[in-house]
Design a protein around this ligand. Sequence first.
Ligand code: NAD
Length: 417
Amino acid sequence: MNNNFEDPYSVAVKQLKRVIDYLGLDEYVFDMLKTPERVIQVKVPVKMDNGKTAVFIGWRSQHNSALGPYKGGVRYHPNVTMNEVMALSMWMTWKTALLGLPYGGGKGGIKVDPRKLSHRELQELSRNYFAALSKFVGIDLDIPAPDVYTDSQVMAWFIDEYYKVTGYNIYGVVTSKPTLLGGMYTRIISTGLGVAITAREAAKRLIGGIRDLKVAIQGFGNVGSYAAKFLSEWGAKIIAVSDSKGGVYSEKGLDVEKLFQVKRDKGSVIYYGDAKRISNEELLTLDTDILIPAALENVITERNAPQIKAKVIAEGANGPTTPKADEILHERGIYVIPDILANAGGVTMSWIEWANNRMGNWLTEEEARRKLEEKMISAFNEHYSYWSRKKDIDPRTAAQALAVEKVVEAMKLRGWI
Ligand code: NAD
């Protein structure tokens, strides 16, 4: 599925160049935005359980801070590279700008396979990474969060290490924490809810409403499962879902509560029963109104884009559509809600959590959820009307153009350009 690999940083720079040209901005604006403001590389030694010291390499890329402190996750993965982290930090700048959050873009990573570490080794790795970064992060400077193979426990260690090194006991230095340390339960549902909201709003504009529409979802993990739950609560019919083992399809619709139960009890949605078994590839080209890729990158390609029947694609996953497929979908009139908008519910909830921490944990979960819904709807509306006015560009380029315009305006106001 991932044989369309292209260095993510070169993709991010190419996308930026296209937007700069489209907006008619000067070359020096491109120069200002193509490289991160700062990339910190840190050495992370860990005393392993066998008594030997292993040394890991980590990074934090701080792409742009014109709109506020850097914001973005930290991933632990054996394939992490500095270029990947730099690209992801640039996409975070566009995502936070598009959502109107008071943040810039950042991203971090350590080249490590955390599944091979013991709990103690993982804690030491996390603490040493954050200690090495402690001068460069902070509630008003750079606010990390979990990403691939990091979680709320890692965030709790980050908070504690920050306290030890700086003397400041501050919850808001990271987000997606355990609820006892200033996190919010709503975080679990937030990305899936955001995907569902943007799909619903697009359906209202383009198809006349969400009720009885057919929805196919690739990936029944955190994002896909909650997108399915909310869309079915709003009257849509979930006709197909899948996970790494394969998919299930039913023309009359699948019962989402049962899908959760089967996934929990048996480990895969394929044991649902009373539905046709399909492959992940078949799911993408089903006769459906809405398609939600919520698993991997590069799954919608020039090969299958001509066969896609959905009218709306909501990108739950990051980067599920290749640039060539984007062109084909745009020509065919299929509306793609780009990942930086569709899956921004997570970072939006992080902003609410961070603001809540600053207020001494004032908000209720209902208030947090209401705020999330409000913010996602207004970001969708702003993007949709911007794209509708332009029309000559695809929705992804429109989203990035809108974000770049905001960042450039902030850089002007600050006197950077
Ligand atoms: P997850 O690990 O909870 O779920 C991933 C799902 O994809 C699982 O159901 C898994 O079985 C399935 N999957 C794995 N390989 C597959 C394959 N080859 N074919 C089909 N399905 C496969 O992950 P998640 O948190 O739901 O994230 C999914 C995507 O959304 C990722 O691209 C992630 O970067 C993106 N994302 C997640 C969040 C978040 O808050 N969780 C926020 C923004 C973006």
